[in-house]
Design a protein around this ligand. Structure first.
Ligand code: NAD
Ligand code: TYD
Length: 357
């Protein structure tokens, strides 16, 4: 097992990053420091980590620190690295929503490509030839492109990104790999399928649908609803990353997935029934809100991941079934309506402006 003393997590205020920081303190009880570097875009939410800040932040155990920093800003990043003597980077920060990348790709190129490049440059300069350090890069299965009805993405599947989001992530992945081959930087990488769970911003499929059901608004299904995604519960993504950063082979990529493929329409019908049951409505109550809308441009048809490598090499496996994960997720959204309300009313944005600008 590697020694991970001072861990810098980028994008720790986002969906997976904040679940990961919670996982570090509450599930694997790390002993060292965690520094969360986040620009707090629309998707970054400090509310996600209030409980961690209270217990582990500067007025608690003094092991959790937040730095509002843009990874595109090289100078500020360098200062953070020096201040905390960072030996491990776990890089989540990204613009992450495909629809947004179609409407405005620029920020995707800046954060996902230039931001990743900056991080690599900072560590190249500060770490030199050190081998007791690690840069773990979080990527997506979307870099592999789109599948027909059969087949799976493997770690050696050629890259074939087809939208600005996946193209920007693919670029970043290549740059990270190049730093391993060219400079010998100790890196690992993971490419994961669609995540779901608590704290996901209500623009992605599952939370937007739950939110719209609660508001009795249309449930927009793109195209024919037969696109297929593989779904992994966020905590299982976190446990996979933790396995890799501790025991993964340097220079290697590991695929992570749920082995859990659903067409969007089947998933939505299922979700409608779960929410109806929890809210004492008749079984098909929310299904009447399902509305087919114009398809997403360049909509990838199917993602499906083979994750045998991490299972056999690092002994990772998913810990919850889809029904168990959905149950936890729906319960979370039903009992945290103020979390979404704060995002929608701008209360949260005002709070950030007051406290962090
Ligand atoms: P998210 O959009 O919820 O969070 C992204 C976080 O990054 C936010 O807190 C945001 O403020 C921060 N950020 C954005 N630009 C930044 C910048 N320039 N500098 C510093 N911080 C910045 O995203 P997520 O769903 O948590 O995804 C996290 C990572 O996991 C991304 O790299 C994404 O590509 C990858 N991933 C996501 C999924 C998924 O299903 N959500 C699946 C596979 C891989
Ligand atoms: P999304 O959650 O945006 O993730 P990704 O595009 O990264 O896979 O979308 C998941 C699937 O759901 C994708 O096929 C697009 C579809 N979708 C809808 O049909 N309606 C929606 O409102 C959204 C957000 C997504």
């Amino acid at each position: 097992m590697r020694k991970l003393n001072n861990i810098l997590v980028t994008g720790g205020a986002g969906f997976i990053g904040s679940n990961f920081i919670d996982y570090l303190f509450n599930k694997v009880s790390i002993k060292g420091k965690v520094v969360n570097v986040d620009k707090l875009t629309y998707a970054g939410n400090m509310e996600n980590l209030e409980h961690i800040n209270k217990k582990y932040g500067p007025s608690g155990e003094n092991r959790y620190f937040f730095e509002k920093t843009d990874i595109v800003d090289y100078e500020s990043l360098s200062k953070v690295f020096s201040k905390y003597d960072i030996d491990t980077v776990i890089h989540f920060a990204a613009e992450s929503h495909v629809d947004r990348s179609i409407h405005g790709p620029k920020e995707f190129m800046e954060t996902n490509i230039i931001g990743t490049f900056n991080l690599l440059e900072v560590v190249r300069k500060l770490w030199g030839d050190r081998k007791d350090v690690l840069f773990h890069h979080i990527s997506t299965d979307e870099v592999y492109g789109s599948l027909d009805e059969t087949g799976f993405f493997y770690e050696n599947t050629p890259y074939d990104p087809r939208n600005p989001y996946s193209a920007s992530k693919a670029s970043a992945d290549h740059i990270v790999n190049s730093y391993f081959h060219t400079y010998g930087l100790p890196i690992t990488m993971s490419n994961c399928s669609n995540n779901y769970g608590p704290l996901q911003f209500p623009e992605k499929l599952i939370p937007i649908m739950i939110n719209n059901m609660l508001e009795e608004k249309a449930l927009p299904v793109y195209g024919d609803g037969l696109n297929i995604r593989d779904w992994l519960y966020v905590e299982d993504h976190c446990s996979g990353i933790w396995k890799i950063v501790n025991n993964g082979t340097i220079g290697e990529t590991y695929n992570l997935g749920g082995e859990n493929e659903w067409t969007n329409i089947d998933l939505l019908n299922h979700l409608c029934e779960i929410v109806a049951e929890k809210r004492d409505k008749e079984k098909d109550y929310y299904k009447k809100l399902i509305t087919y809308v114009r398809d997403r441009a360049g909509h990838d048809r199917r993602y499906a991941i083979n994750c045998d490598k991490i299972k056999s090499e690092l002994n990772w496996k998913q810990s919850v079934t889809f029904d168990e994960g959905l149950d936890i997720t729906v319960d979370w959204y039903l009992s945290n309506t103020s979390w979404i309300e704060n995002i929608k009313t701008g209360e949260y944005k005002k709070w950030i402006e007051k406290n962090y600008n």
